[in-house]
Design a protein around this ligand. Structure first.
Ligand code: ADP
Ligand code: ASP
Ligand code: MG
Length: 457
């Protein structure tokens, strides 16, 4: 079997879903399980409804919800025609009524909890998967809708739930596998799961890729296909730098690093299940399905280019912790990292001097509280609106003088922290967010104006 995951833009409207049906049809012999995201921008809109309701703005919340309802009804009726649309109309009505009920509930209690946020955010995939199933069926595919919340079992860390793979795998074998054996095409919403007692959770923004990987690993897929709106994984974000080239093949390790450091084309957790089962992951373009995309596998061919790609991760805060008194005290770093752990805040980069430690974290609401706790141990200051720029490539292991080439290309830019990871496949550093376009396009010019045609298109 294979997993085919279609992102938001790939299912954004009726013509897009129609293209998806045609793509899936071409792969029927390989027994696809289809995972779909919410229609493009829907999750953002659901979160906007949730926060409007949380702020007590009932009108705005319900107005946004009505617009979402109409968009889905229009998409479904365009895809299905009046007759078939009537068949799923009641299901969709029920979902949107439940959404309105929730929004009213939030307004009534005057509080938006992470648990309710997840419940609201999950509606996009709940309805997109139903519409896709009906559209596939009408187009002659034996599609069966599977509610992902019955398969993907997670803990209760709402908005970034962690799957229980053992339980999930057993549910996938119980619910999805028999459908495949009967020649059906299971269609599931990405992003959502539920706790063992049935409370809806989400896997974090962009999490449908992760769903695809969980399903692929759980059912021992031959391949996991991530269908999106670009030709594959590129040498940098094509939205940032139009000169970006397609990477034909890349290793799990390199791609994971890029995903983690901001290449939004792939959710950072996606590759873990694939690596464990050694399942190749393909990134493909649903608007250009003949293009061969990017193939991510255990090992990738060596390229003449030093790097495979450049990623940039914005919304970073740098925390500087200065502690002359604690100089040399053992256990000091441990106590610092305990503070971050207590706040469940992952640290990305770390650099130390004799008297100070600087770390980067994703900007979040807890920064002030973290700084206050760190303040009990040392002098602390923090600054947001930073970005980590990360250059990735397995070749840097073997080529001397690379760092000099990187930093001389951006000698006029203020660079804060520099790190060459222990894995030795990335060089990363911190700059002001506003410098990202300049830094990325300069580095791209230096390292990718000529590319090895074995590896890049
Ligand atoms: P989907 O809705 O299909 O999941 P996303 O918007 O999450 O799509 O991811 C695709 C987008 O990722 C592209 O449109 C592109 O702007 C962005 N992106 C960032 N870095 C890269 C990269 N290195 N290669 C390709 N796309 C990238
Ligand atoms: N719809 C979700 C989001 O926008 C998940 C995804 O598309 O991967 O974050
Ligand atoms: Mg995505």
């Amino acid at each position: 079997m294979i997993v085919m995951k279609f992102g938001g833009t790939s299912v954004q409207d009726a013509p897009a879903i129609d293209r998806v049906a045609a793509i899936v049809r071409e792969h029927l012999t390989e027994k696809p399980v289809v995972v779909v995201s919410a229609l493009a921008k829907m999750t953002d809109q659901l979160l906007a409804m949730a926060s409007a309701a949380g702020a007590g703005n009932r009108e705005k919340a319900l107005e946004l919800s009505l617009a979402a309802r109409e968009r889905h009804f229009n998409t479904a009726s365009d895809l299905l025609g009046t007759g078939k649309f009537a068949q799923i109309h009641a299901e969709l009505e029920e979902e949107f009524n439940a959404l309105d009920e929730l929004l009213r509930g939030v307004v009534a209690v005057g509080e938006l909890t992470p648990r309710t946020t997840d419940n609201i955010a999950g509606f996009g995939e709940r309805v997109s998967s139903r519409i896709a199933t009906a559209a596939f069926s009408l187009r002659g595919l034996n599609a069966s809708h599977v509610d992902s919340r019955q398969c993907v079992v997670t803990d209760a860390s709402f908005t970034k739930a962690v799957p229980d793979l053992e339980e999930t795998n057993s549910r996938l074998r119980e619910i999805v596998k028999p459908l495949l054996e009967r020649g059906r095409v299971p269609v599931m919403g990405g992003f959502i799961g539920s706790t063992p007692d049935g409370i809806t959770t989400t896997l974090g923004r962009g999490g449908s890729d992760f769903t695809a990987a969980i399903v692929g690993a759980g059912l021992d897929a031959q391949r996991i296909e991530i269908w999106t709106d670009v030709d594959g994984m590129m040498t940098t974000d094509p939205g940032l730098c139009p000169q970006a080239r397609r990477i034909k093949t890349i290793s799990f390790e390199e791609a994971a690093e890029l995903a983690y450091f901001g290449a939004k084309v792939l959710h950072p957790a996606t590759l873990l299940p694939a690596i464990q089962k050694n399942i190749p992951v393909l990134i493909l373009n649903s608007r250009n399905p003949r293009n061969e995309g990017t193939r991510i596998t255990a090992t990738a061919p060596k390229s003449r280019n030093v790097f495979k790609a450049i990623a940039a991760k914005k919304r970073i805060t740098v925390v500087d912790i200065v502690a002359t008194r604690m100089l040399m005290a053992h256990g000091f770093l441990k106590s610092i990292f305990e503070v971050f752990a207590e706040h469940r805040c992952p640290v990305d980069m770390v650099s130390t001097s004799e008297v100070s430690v600087s770390v980067t974290v994703d900007s979040n609401e807890s920064i002030a509280a973290i700084a206050a706790d760190l303040g009990k141990l040392a002098d602390v200051k923090y600054e947001g609106r930073k970005a980590i720029v990360c250059l990735v490539g397995e070749n840097i292991r073997s080529i001397p003088g690379i760092a000099a080439k990187v930093f001389s290309a951006i000698a006029d830019v203020n660079i804060q922290m520099i790190s060459q990871g222990a894995s030795e496949i990335n060089i990363s550093f911190v700059v002001d967010e506003t410098d990202v376009p300049k830094v990325v396009s300069r580095l791209h010019e230096v390292f990718f104006s000529e590319v090895d045609s074995e590896v890049f298109a």
